[in-house]
Ligand binder design. Sequence first.
Ligand code: NAD
Length: 243
Amino acid sequence: MEKIAIITGASRGIGREIAKTLAREKIKVIANYYNSEKQAIELQKELKQENIEIDIIKADVSKREDVKKLVKFAIEKYGKIDILVNNAGISEYKLFSDETDEDWNRVINTNLYSAFAMCQEVIPNMIYNKSGCIINISSIWGLVGASLEVIYSVSKAGMDGLTKALAKELGPSNIRVNSIAPGAIDTDMNKDMTQEEWKELKEEIPMERIGLPEDIAKCVKWLIEDSYTTGQVISINGGWVIT
Ligand code: NAD
């Protein structure tokens, strides 16, 4: 039977590219979206033209009840979940002293709690099947910290902690857990950057270009095909950050 994958935040950017890449590999994709319904429908139509069917499911993954609904849909329709990609995320750019409890809750719940809740809901099925692949999309800022993005950095470092600890707990159940920590990727998340800022950024990157969603999707595909890599944080950043 074909593999079943849930990808959170899949209507645009990195998540959308992951959804397309996996769907073209004959993996059955359940693409989660929250606000961007129009883009999710466009994605579904685009793949339909290639004779590929995907499911698009609206859910706010920062809320347990929505996470439960999303996972319930997958189990009821397909009976199993083989792959979970925790991709949904938001950024926040603020001086630390201006951050509020609301900012903390919004960013942590969207980026980190969502991964915690998604993992808790899918893992029983993966343990039952003695098979699973979980990929958390974190960030280089979780590795090295970003000025003016403290909460975001905390959330992404938390994801990497989740990855490492869960990998140890779930290895005996044949479930692999890894993080992909992207550098600067050309998506809507960076739409406020000016041309000048992009140019300066490119000059700091040894590979002399900004990353593309495809660079991340290729690594997701590889991690799914692999059978021995677990507990790792793979940073795809053109050499911008080397730890
Ligand atoms: P993006 O803003 O285009 O995509 C983020 C997606 O998450 C959107 O589809 C959005 O609707 C979804 N989302 C946000 N809150 C949600 C919620 N509560 N429930 C469900 N979905 C929700 O940005 P992107 O660049 O494609 O980001 C994807 C992931 O990659 C994020 O986790 C981000 O932190 C990470 N990342 C991006 C970059 C970059 O430079 N673009 C770098 C490092 C890490």
